[in-house]
Design a binder for this molecule. Structure first.
Ligand code: CDP
Length: 222
């Protein structure tokens, strides 16, 4: 089974995905890390994606799935660049390939794959049996990101602006904009504790798993 999780920055996708992966024994890919890895390489090469998108595409060819493990990719500077490279269609296509390969490469003992990002339920895995769209009010997401990155609260205004710019770029881009899939369940985590958000998501996954089992049984009987 494939679980697709989408949503904006700071909504709680990563926390929920990590929890579900452990609870249900799924293999997890944070697809934003691929965009962040590309962004880091673009920053290191001193390339301006608006002026030289072809150089970004060339760099994207060297990104591998292992890049998602780099712990040095957190931080809003890399994230801002990630959302700039993410508007380049050919760069997305290269990263899409890695994500789809991952989603189809899962073997026992795992039950399936969980991917989180912006376009998993709509573009990468439209066939996913279980789709969640995790969201929260912008001010709550900014506060969480400040805590997560351990930035001082003096940076609240800056962080709030950075996240708003990124939300806008991600939601209004021509290709694969951030939007819930029509068959996604939407969870607003603004007024939920981490435990509450995770158990709500887990209840939904349990339902998806039992529906999948039911439909597999039916197809065997026919
Ligand atoms: O962790 P956070 O939600 O802040 O961001 P992320 O998931 O690491 O993604 C960083 C940026 O990569 C996003 O703002 C998007 O522009 C881009 N991205 C994307 O376009 N498609 C994805 N599937 C994942 C990330």
């Amino acid at each position: 089974m494939i679980i697709a999780i989408d949503g904006p920055a700071g909504a709680g996708k990563g926390t929920i995905a990590g929890y579900l992966a452990l609870k249900f024994n799924f293999q997890y890919l944070d697809t934003g890390m691929l965009y962040r890895a590309l962004a880091k390489a673009v920053i290191q090469a001193n390339v301006d994606p608006a002026l030289a998108p072809e150089e970004v595409i060339q760099i994207a060819q060297s990104i591998t799935i292992e890049a998602a493990q780099d712990p040095d990719l957190r931080g809003e500077k890399v994230a801002a660049m990630a959302s700039q490279v993410a508007v380049i269609p050919e760069a997305r296509l290269l990263l899409n390939d890695l994500q789809r390969k991952f989603s189809h490469s899962i073997a026992a003992p795992y039950q399936g794959a969980i991917l989180d990002g912006r376009d998993i339920g709509t573009v990468i895995c439209p066939e996913a049996e279980c789709k969640l769209f995790i969201t929260a009010r912008p001010e709550v997401r900014t506060q969480r990101r400040l805590l997560e990155t351990q930035e001082s609260s003096d940076l609240l205004a800056t962080m709030s602006q950075q996240i708003a710019e990124r939300d806008k770029r991600d939601s209004t881009r021509q290709i694969a904009p951030l939007t819930p899939a029509v068959d996604a369940i939407i969870i607003d985590t603004s007024d939920l504790t981490i435990d509450e958000a995770c158990s709500k998501a887990a209840m939904y996954v349990t339902k998806c798993l039992s529906e999948l089992k039911k439909s597999q049984k039916q197809s065997i009987n026919h």
